[in-house]
Design a protein around this ligand. Structure first.
Ligand SMILES: NC(=O)CC[C@H](N)C(=O)O
Length: 436
């Protein structure tokens, strides 16, 4: 504790000191493939790039969003007018052995570039060690400030996610590139670029063994499992899990970048797992899309997706901590979604639906199926975003434990939905003395 304070003192000093950012006078232009151009100033790396232009409505947690591997290849436009006020923390997790080596969501900035209305040149936070501009520069990631992000967002809402070009310095004055020059990240298997290449373990002495298929995992997913005392083994996205599955009490599929169609191989392997293995399975975002594809649902590309930490979802079914009929505010970052088809494949049901656009936000195995499988399009682990659905991790780990116990006790415990008994509130009505 004492050492921690000593280490924090210089950090605190640096964070509270007002620091001027680097010069932001270099011109920078955003060209969209659809022909529009926006002119601003550069911050971060003086490097011109291509990418897919998307917008996020998150108000805070730019550091977590930018290190989320699901933003790979994307030019991230923040709708919040000013970004960078609280700087960037040290990205090492030296104090807590439960952490997975980073404070943020991965080692490096993952998005291709950032666009903000007004970058904060001064920052202040007790954990901050550098400015947003300095961090971007160090990570070789360009940024544009001083553009009308509201206008860009309205455009993207109308025409959908659009390929873009960030042109910095002398490039900024050049005419927009020919439409054929724009790089389309959705054509690439980005998951293969961000997934672990080796199998590794976290918290090996944990009380329950969870296998994680890594499509581009956010660190807080791994932390959320380890915090619940799971021993976690992380596998590359296309690992043949069926060959080792009997060593694990549950399977988790993470988030990941790009078009889920590139991961059909994983969906087909999972289809076999679903047919032959009865232990709990939980998937988030890309993981949820893979579960859906394995179950026989189609994934489609949305117009502009959902990115932000304020997405309301309605629970259509109850399970564990989730109660049917309640709305949960969630963190999201996705461009694709599962198609709502009627009827759903046998043994499956919709779990959540988005309150804004009615897209599928979750699916689950039915009680009758005897399986314990569910996937959610949103991010219960947050980082950033609200913790409304964090207990889904507790539900998952508890189901894995219950299943393990059932193997020992031989009395299988079915995953029952915790449905609240109907409550007749008229019976609870108490007469109060008439108001004056
Ligand atoms: N965060 C994620 O896992 C995103 C999943 C997928 N890449 C999508 O954009 O829909």
């Amino acid at each position: 504790m004492f050492i921690r304070h000593i280490i924090r003192i210089p950090t605190l000093y640096r964070g509270l000191a007002t620091q001027a950012g680097p010069s932001i006078a270099t011109p920078a232009t955003l060209h969209l493939k659809t022909g529009q151009s926006f002119f601003g100033k550069s911050f971060g790396a003086p490097r011109s790039i291509y990418g897919e232009t998307v917008f996020s409505t998150s108000i805070t947690s730019y550091t977590e969003s930018m290190t989320d591997p699901s933003y790979r290849g994307q030019i991230l436009v923040f709708t919040t007018p000013m970004i960078g006020n609280y700087g960037v923390p040290h990205n090492k997790a030296p104090y807590n052995s439960q952490d997975v080596g980073v404070v943020l969501e991965s080692q490096n900035i993952q998005c291709a570039a950032v666009i903000v209305g007004d970058v904060a040149e001064k920052f202040s936070h007790y954990t901050a060690v550098e400015s947003l501009a300095a961090w971007c520069k160090r990570n070789n990631v360009p940024g544009i400030t001083g553009v009308d992000t509201r206008a860009i967002t309205r455009l993207l809402r109308d025409q959908g996610t659009t390929l873009g070009r960030i042109a910095i310095g002398p490039d900024a004055a050049l005419p927009a590139p020919d439409a054929s020059k724009y790089w389309d990240p959705s054509k690439e298997n980005l998951v293969d670029q961000v997934s672990t290449k080796t199998v590794y373990e976290l918290n090996p002495t944990g009380s329950i063994k969870i296998a994680v298929l890594d499509f581009g995992a956010k660190a807080n997913i791994l932390r959320s499992l380890v915090r619940r005392d799971a021993a976690v083994t992380v596998f590359p996205w296309n690992y043949d899990f069926n060959a080792v599955r009997d060593q694990y009490d549950g399977l988790f599929l993470t988030n990941g970048p790009g078009d889920p169609a590139h991961c059909m191989e994983a969906a087909l392997k999972l289809r076999q797992t679903l047919q032959e293995w009865d232990r709990p399975i939980f998937g988030i975002c890309m993981g949820h899309q893979i579960i859906g594809m394995a179950a026989g649902l189609d994934a489609y590309r949305m117009t502009f997706g959902n990115r932000g930490h304020n997405q309301p979802v309605l629970a259509l079914a109850s399970a564990g901590s989730i109660k049917a009929g309640r709305v949960y505010v969630t963190s999201q970052n996705h461009q694709y979604a599962l198609k709502l088809q009627d009827p759903f494949p046998a043994g499956w049901e919709p779990f959540f639906i988005n309150c804004n656009d009615s897209s599928v936000e979750g699916i689950k195995s039915t009680a009758e199926s005897g399986k314990k499988v569910w996937g959610v399009q949103f991010h219960p682990e947050s980082a950033g975003g609200p913790l409304d659905t964090i207990e889904m991790f507790t539900d998952f780990v508890s189901e894995c434990k219950a299943h393990k116990l059932s193997l020992v006790n031989t009395t299988a415990r079915p995953m029952e939905a915790t449905v609240e008994a109907p409550l007749d509130i008229s019976a609870k009505r108490v007469a109060v003395a008439a108001a004056a």
